[in-house]
Ligand binder design. Structure first.
Ligand code: PXL
Length: 281
């Protein structure tokens, strides 16, 4: 059995965070483990306002001992870390235990919350985790933060950011253009365009832009699917392409949880793209 792990926050609503990661690992037929860094809650009596409850340093270290020294994942991804000690522990265990791939999802914004989370951690993520990553998966906002490139609205901006992020030590960068790039006019209408840079070559990765407002957890799912692919021995390009198809299928079966939030459906590939809801193909 191929084992994979996520170091991430728990999304109590189930659509993002380690819940999305574990569902994704399961769909790839892998054995998933999780070290939880924080618990994110959402208040139905206050407009779905987010709460964050960090897991203490000792409890996080004990989980990482279990996952890395007790079992040993083939690949690992990290998501929302939430504290300086979580960044340090992540670096310590990933550097200290060999893994086939480390996918760094530099979660700095949460769609529901709308503003930067823990901006004080961005420097530490860039300095301590970037150099360990097989691939980093920023969205446009996160790519701007990590690269210093401002106002990314097109593929040229994404390429400049990807190059700057590789220069900081990442082996590869996958900048996600998503709906924002299309809204800026940087991608053709109805297309979701991402840029992969491996330090030498740029690769445009294109797919259908699924027309839905229910995209909660799409970033987590993308990184988890790449992690699963790397764990299973796919090349980075193969893992990226598998993740892209997997997420498009997931989004084409997305649904509302309530008036505020709706996730993709990671089991969608079993139903099939052609069975997606009308208007979502
Ligand atoms: O989608 C970003 C994200 C990541 N991790 C956790 C979250 C969220 C957004 O809600 O709750 C735990």
């Amino acid at each position: 059995m191929i084992k994979v792990a996520t170091i991430a926050g728990s999304d109590a609503s189930g659509g993002a965070g380690l819940e999305a990661d574990l569902k994704t690992f399961e769909e790839f037929g892998l054995y998933g483990m999780a070290a939880v860094t924080l618990i994110a809650t959402m208040d139905p009596n206050n407009g779905w306002a987010h709460g964050v409850f960090p897991i203490g340093e000792a409890a996080l270290r004990a989980q990482l001992e279990t996952v890395f020294r007790g079992v040993g994942p083939a690949a690992v991804k990290s998501g929302m870390l939430g504290s300086g000690y979580a960044v340090d522990l992540c670096a310590e265990f990933i550097a200290g235990c060999g893994v086939r791939g480390y996918v760094l999802d530099p979660v700095m914004v949460c769609k529901g919350a709308g503003e930067a989370l823990n901006p004080e951690l961005n420097a530490a993520i860039g300095e301590k985790l970037l150099p360990l990553a097989r691939v980093v998966t920023p969205n446009l906002f996160e790519a701007e933060q990590l690269s210093g490139v401002k106002n990314i609205v097109d593929v040229e901006g994404m390429k400049a950011a990807a190059k700057a992020i590789c220069d900081r030590g990442a082996r590869a960068v996958f900048v996600k253009g998503g709906a924002k790039l299309a809204a800026c006019g940087g991608a053709a209408r109805g297309r979701a365009v991402d840029v992969l840079f491996d330090g030498a070559r740029f690769e445009l990765v294109e797919g259908p832009l699924v027309d839905t407002r229910w995209t909660h957890g799409a970033g987590c799912t993308t990184a988890a699917a790449m992690c699963a692919g790397l764990a299973a021995g796919l090349s980075l390009m193969e893992a990226v392409r598998a993740a892209k198809v997997f997420v498009a299928l997931s989004l084409s079966h997305s649904f509302a949880l309530n008036e505020w939030v709706g996730p993709g459906n990671p089991s969608a590939w079993r139903v099939g793209f052609l069975n997606a809801k009308p208007g979502m193909r």
